[in-house]
Design a protein around this ligand. Structure first.
Ligand code: 6R9
Length: 646
C-alpha cells in the first residue's frame, strides 16, 4: 500500500510557533529534563504562590502517586479572565451561536469576568464553598462556561453532566459526587426541538436527597415547575449579588472538576482533574497543537458535557486569551451548510470537530460546503475516534481547500488534554495517523503479556511516565484508579487503546481493546448498556458489542436473551430501544437488537465477546476456535438468526 504523506508547507512552517527542529529540540528536552522543561513551561500561567516542587510521580504500586507543582497556588478563573482584562478586556472571549441561527451573543473578557463573579457569589449564597460539588446540567449556552469558571473562582468542584443524559444517569452522577447544588436551565434546544432539562432534574432529584438548591437559568422560556425552598431562578438571584468576587487561592493539587466517563465495568468513573497540572496542560497544548495566535477565532464543536468541551472550548482557549466559539446546535440544522455558515459568520480560523460529524457532512455532498467561502480557515482538527483516510481527505480537500493542515489529536478524558498529535508547522501529515507524541509524552507499544515492542509494530498503547494533565484519581475510589490503569501492565499507564507504529515512528490509534465502544466519538461501556437491558422485566441476559457503522464509526449491537415464555418481535425490539434511551440517554440507543436463545459462553461462564463481535461484523468465516464453548451449537443458531435478519 503506498502511503500518502502531506508535507508541512513552507508558509505554514514559517508562521508556526515551532518547526520540525523546534519540536525535536523541545521534545527531547521534555524527556531528558522534565523538571527543567515544566518549571519553565508552567510559567505560561499565573501563580499566586510559585511552586518549588515540579513533579512527584510514580506508576509503581510501592510508591504510587501523581502530583505536579504541589506547593504552588493559583486560581483557574483568574488565569482565564482577570489576567487578560488589562490587555484585552474588550476582546470577545465567547462567541455564542444559538441552535436558532438568528440567535447569537458576543461576550467580552470584561463582561465574562463580571458574569463569573456574580455567578460565584450566587453559588456562595447557596452554601457552596471550597471543595463543594456542583453539578452543571446545562445546554450549550454561555451560562455553562460561566458556572464552570464560577466554581473554579471559589474552589468548588464542578461536575458537568451532558444534557443528553437521562434523569437516571444524572441521578447516578449527583449521588456519586454528593453534590449539594445543581445548576440547570428550563430547557435546552437541539435542531429546533426542546430538551426538558429542568423536568429531568426534578425526576432525578427524587432520588437525590443531598441536593439542597437548584439554580435555574431561563433559556427557552418554556413552562416548568419550580419547587419552593429548593429552586431559584438565576435572574431573581442575579440582582441581589455583588459583581466582584476575589479569586480563591487554590493549591495546585486541589480538585478542579469531576467528569464521569464510561469504562469497561458497569458504573461510570468520576475522573478527577486537579488545578495546576490540568491548566498548564490545557494551556500549553492549545498553544502548540492549534498553533494559536492572538486575535484568532477558535471553534471547538464539542459539547461542554465532554472532556473536549472542558479543555478546548473553555479552559485551553480562555487561558490563552483566545476567542472561542460556543455552538448550541447541530451540523444539519437548519441544513447541512450550518457549520460553514458559522465559519463564515464568525471568520473562524481554527475548526476542531469529530470524524462522525465530518462523515455525516461528507455524505451530503460538496455543494453544501462550497456555497460558503471558508477563507478564514487556517487549521482543522479532529478528535474523538480514529479518522478514516477517506473522511480525512474530504476534510482536507473540500473543507480546507488543501490549504489547512489537519491535526488529528489523540487523547482521553483521563489525559486532560491532547497527548499525540501533529504540530502544524512541524509534522508532515499522514491521513489517519495521530502522528507524534506531544512534549513530555512517552508512548510504548506492548504485547498482551507486556513485552515492549520496538520499531514498526502493533499492540497496546501504554505511557511510561506522567504528564501534568493526567487524572489524579477516580472520585471516591482511589483503588479503582490504580486497578483500572496501572495493573494490566505494572508500572505503566494503560490507555485501553490499540495502536500501530510505522517505520517513521508515527502512531496510528486502532481503537479500544477493552469493552468500551466509541459511538460518534462518545465512549460507551458495553456493561452499562447491558445492565440497562437486563433491568427490563422481559430480559434475562444481554451482551453488547460494537459493529462497524458508516457515520457513527461504531454502532451498538445488542444480543438479548429473553425470559422463558417471552417472544422477541418487532414491538419488543422497539420497546427495548426506548428503554435504553430512557435509562441512559439517546446516545446509547442500540442500532441492532438480535434476540438470542443463548449466548456463547466458556465452560466457566464467561461470554465470548470475540465471537459476538465477529457475528455483528458479519465476519462469519473467521469465528476462530469455538471448541472451548460450553455449548458450541449456540453459535450456529446465532449465525442462522443473523442470516435471516440480513
Ligand atoms: C478526547 C476524547 C477517549 C477515546 C480514546 C480513543 C478515542 C480519541 C482519538 C481517538 C483515535 C483520535 N480517541 N481521540 N482515537 N484517534 N484522534 O475523545 O476523550 O471521550 O475519553 O474518549 O477516544 O479510543 O481512548 P474520551
Amino acid at each position: 500500500m503506498s502511503e500518502i504523506v502531506v508535507p508541512v508547507s513552507s508558509s505554514v512552517r514559517s508562521a508556526a510557533h515551532v518547526d520540525a527542529e523546534g519540536y525535536q529540540r523541545l521534545y527531547e528536552e521534555s524527556i531528558r529534563d522534565p523538571e527543567g522543561f515544566w518549571r519553565r513551561e508552567a510559567r505560561r500561567i499565573d501563580w499566586i504562590e510559585p511552586f518549588s516542587i515540579v513533579k512527584k510521580t510514580s506508576f509503581h504500586e510501592a510508591d504510587f502517586g501523581v502530583s505536579w507543582f504541589e506547593d504552588g497556588q493559583l486560581n483557574v478563573s483568574a488565569n482565564c479572565l482577570d489576567r487578560h482584562l488589562e490587555a484585552r478586556g474588550d476582546q470577545v472571549a465567547i462567541l455564542w451561536e444559538g441552535d436558532d441561527p438568528t440567535e447569537s451573543e458576543a461576550i467580552t473578557y470584561r463582561d465574562l469576568h463580571g458574569r463569573v463573579c456574580r455567578a460565584a457569589n450566587m453559588l456562595k449564597s447557596m452554601g457552596v464553598h471550597r471543595g463543594s460539588r456542583v453539578v452543571l446540567y446545562l445546554p450549550m449556552i454561555p451560562a455553562a462556561a460561566v458556572f464552570m469558571l464560577a466554581c473554579t473562582r471559589i474552589g468548588a468542584i464542578h461536575c458537568v453532566v451532558f444534557g443528553g443524559f437521562s434523569p437516571d444517569s444524572l441521578a447516578g452522577r449527583i449521588q456519586d459526587s454528593n453534590a449539594t447544588v445543581v445548576v440547570t436551565a428550563d430547557e435546552g434546544r437541539r435542531s429546533g426541538r426542546k430538551v426538558p432539562l429542568k423536568a429531568n432534574v426534578d425526576e432525578a432529584l427524587l432520588r437525590c436527597p443531598g441536593v439542597e438548591k437548584v439554580l435555574v437559568v431561563r433559556h427557552t422560556g418554556g413552562a416548568i415547575a419550580m419547587q419552593g425552598g429548593r429552586d431559584v431562578w438565576y435572574h431573581d438571584l442575579e440582582a441581589s449579588v455583588a459583581s466582584d468576587c476575589a479569586p480563591e487561592p487554590m493549591g495546585a493539587e486541589d480538585p478542579l472538576f469531576i467528569l464521569y466517563t464510561s469504562g469497561s465495568t458497569g458504573k461510570p468513573k468520576g475522573v478527577l482533574h486537579t488545578t495546576g497540572g490540568y491548566l498548564v496542560w490545557s494551556a500549553i497544548t492549545f498553544h502548540y497543537v492549534f498553533d494559536y495566535k492572538p486575535g484568532e477565532v477558535f471553534w471547538c464543536t464539542a459539547d461542554v458535557g465532554w472532556v473536549t468541551g472542558h479543555s478546548y472550548l473553555v479552559y485551553g482557549p480562555l487561558a490563552n486569551g483566545a476567542t472561542t466559539v460556543m455552538f448550541e446546535g447541530v451540523p444539519n440544522y437548519p441544513d447541512f451548510g450550518r457549520f460553514w455558515n458559522v465559519v463564515d459568520k464568525y471568520k473562524v480560523n481554527i475548526l476542531y470537530t469529530a470524524p462522525t460529524a465530518i462523515r455525516a457532512l461528507m455524505r451530503e455532498g460538496d455543494d453544501w460546503v462550497k456555497q460558503y467561502s471558508r477563507a478564514s480557515l487556517r487549521l482543522l482538527g479532529s478528535v474523538g475516534e480514529p479518522i478514516n483516510p477517506e473522511a480525512w481527505q474530504w476534510y482536507y480537500k473540500v473543507v480546507g481547500g488543501e490549504r489547512c493542515p489537519i491535526v488529528d489529536t489523540w487523547w482521553q478524558t483521563e489525559t486532560g488534554g491532547i497527548l499525540i498529535s501533529p504540530l502544524p508547522g512541524a509534522t508532515d501529515l499522514k491521513p489517519g495517523s495521530a502522528t507524534r507524541p506531544f512534549f513530555g509524552i512517552q508512548p510504548q507499544i506492548v504485547d498482551a503479556n507486556g513485552a515492549v515492542l520496538d520499531g514498526a509494530t502493533e499492540g497496546n498503547l501504554v505511557l511510561i511516565d506522567s504528564w501534568p494533565g493526567q487524572m489524579r484519581t477516580v472520585w471516591g475510589d482511589h483503588e479503582r484508579f490504580f486497578q483500572t490503569y496501572f495493573t494490566t501492565y505494572p508500572g505503566k499507564y494503560f490507555t485501553g487503546d490499540g495502536c500501530r507504529r510505522d517505520a517513521d515512528g508515527y502512531y496510528w490509534i486502532t481503537g479500544r481493546v477493552d469493552d468500551v465502544i466509541n459511538v460518534s466519538g462518545h465512549r460507551m461501556g458495553t456493561a452499562e448498556i447491558e445492565s440497562a437491558l437486563v433491568s427490563h422485566v422481559k430480559v434475562a441476559e444481554a451482551a453488547v458489542v460494537g459493529m462497524p457503522h458508516d457515520i457513527k464509526g461504531q454502532g451498538i449491537y445488542a444480543y438479548v436473551t429473553l425470559n422463558a415464555g417471552e417472544t422477541g418481535d418487532e414491538g419488543l425490539r422497539k420497546e427495548l430501544v426506548q428503554w435504553v434511551r430512557h435509562e441512559i440517554g439517546p446516545i446509547a440507543s442500540p442500532d441492532v437488537i438480535q434476540f438470542a436463545p443463548g449466548l456463547p459462553k466458556t465452560r466457566s461462564g464467561k461470554i465470548m465477546r470475540r465471537i459476538l463481535r465477529k457475528i455483528a461484523e458479519g465476519d462469519i468465516g473467521s469465528l476462530g476456535d469455538t471448541s472451548t464453548l460450553a455449548d458450541p451449537t449456540v453459535v450456529d443458531s446465532l449465525v442462522a438468526e443473523r442470516a435471516v435478519r440480513g
